[in-house]
Design a protein around this ligand. Structure first.
Ligand SMILES: Nc1nc2c(ncn2[C@@H]2O[C@H](COP(=O)(O)OP(=O)(O)OP(=O)(O)O)[C@@H](O)[C@H]2O)c(=O)[nH]1
Length: 317
């Protein structure tokens, strides 16, 4: 039996994991890629984002993969994929502890599972601010086998050099590649001959889940079959509290169609989607988010044509 490499794809909220995964799925050639997606919110937006491009996918939603400690958890999921694919990518939610996920793969009792390394995606734009809020994230870089410094199109050369220097120091000898939209050479992942095990890992890393970054984070899911009012929603988004670091999902604007929404820190972008869905489905992740669900309910309503201007200003063509 040939064991299937299982790559753990980690990185803070919005760093570009799903984007990188979609790139691998498009650029992977004949490699059959199995995917395990794990979203923190109860609605699995990531599963929707990669659906249709993947050979086999299993999604774990409403719980964090790094906290699946009841033995079978991840192993059961991997077992469903190993027979059907050449490589498996486990996309950990943006606030999962990557070393805990890697530890689960390393500890797999399934002989068909081979640990394929830990890839940590870093958002070059948000890196410094995120690090200031979460110094504990430094250790995520220390255990990575490959660091992907992403979104380099959004920083200038001086900022990139500065971030690169800090990442190099923290990455403790791991390879670092810079990317735009996660476009890295799939050969870097699938042809790995050496698969160094993260030496720093111990079961202690797994024991106290209250220490995990996500212990402080909450997620809110908002879903509606009624259209969203463009101006009201934009006012909500423009005035969102600082604690709301990440919003992702789909917004249905009634006769104006459905757009994908991505918010990462101060970045906000709508994107056309081919989903054809007539439903709003959003996950908000952050801290201090009380009252936001009610505010979103207040954004429901049909808007006039000109009300879409505010949305179009933030829409990728
Ligand atoms: N400009 C730019 N935007 C990017 C790049 N990579 C990703 N993005 C955008 O960043 C946003 C977040 O990307 P995702 O791939 O969803 O991030 P993620 O890490 O999967 O997010 P979570 O699952 O919430 O942790 C999306 O709007 C992407 O289009 C990049 O290299 N450059």
């Amino acid at each position: 039996m040939v064991a299937v490499p299982v790559i753990v794809l980690a990185g803070f909220l919005g760093a570009g994991k799903t984007t990188l995964l979609n790139h691998l799925l498009r650029a992977g050639g004949g490699t059959r890629i199995g995917v395990v997606v794990n979203d923190f919110g109860a609605v699995n937006i990531d599963a929707m984002a990669v659906a249709g491009q993947v050979d086999s996918m299993v999604s774990l939603s409403n719980g964090c993969v790094c906290c699946v400690t009841d033995g079978g958890g991840l192993d059961d999921v991997l077992g469903k994929l190993t027979g059907a694919v050449d490589v498996i990518v486990v996309e950990a939610s943006g606030i999962a502890e990557p070393q805990a996920v890697a530890q689960q793969v390393l500890g797999s009792a399934d002989p068909a599972v081979d640990y394929g390394g830990l890839v940590e995606v870093v958002d070059a734009v948000e890196f410094t601010a995120t690090r200031a809020r979460h110094p504990e994230l430094d250790k995520h870089l220390a255990v990575a086998d490959l660091v992907v410094l992403n979104k380099i199109d959004r920083v200038d050369a001086a900022e990139l050099a500065e971030v690169f220097a800090v990442v190099t120091e923290l990455a403790d000898g791991a390879a670092i590649v810079t990317t735009e939209h996660g476009r890295l050479d799939p050969g870097l992942l699938f042809d790995r001959r050496e698969r160094p095990k993260p030496a720093q890992l111990s079961f202690d890393d797994l024991e106290d889940h209250s220490q995990h970054v996500h212990a402080a984070y909450q997620s809110i899911v908002f879903e509606s079959d009624e259209p969203m009012h463009p101006e009201r929603l934009m006012a909500f988004l423009d005035g969102r509290p600082e604690g709301v670091f990440r919003i992702k999902g789909y917004v249905h604007f009634g006769r104006h169609g459905t757009l994908e929404l991505q918010v990462v820190g101060g970045f906000l972008r709508f994107r056309p989607t081919r989903s054809g869905s007539h439903r709003t489905s959003l996950v908000l992740i952050g801290v201090d988010m009380s009252g936001l669900e009610e505010q979103l309910v207040g954004c429901v309503g049909e808007g006039e044509e000109q009300a879409m201007f505010a949305v179009h200003r933030h829409t990728e063509s």
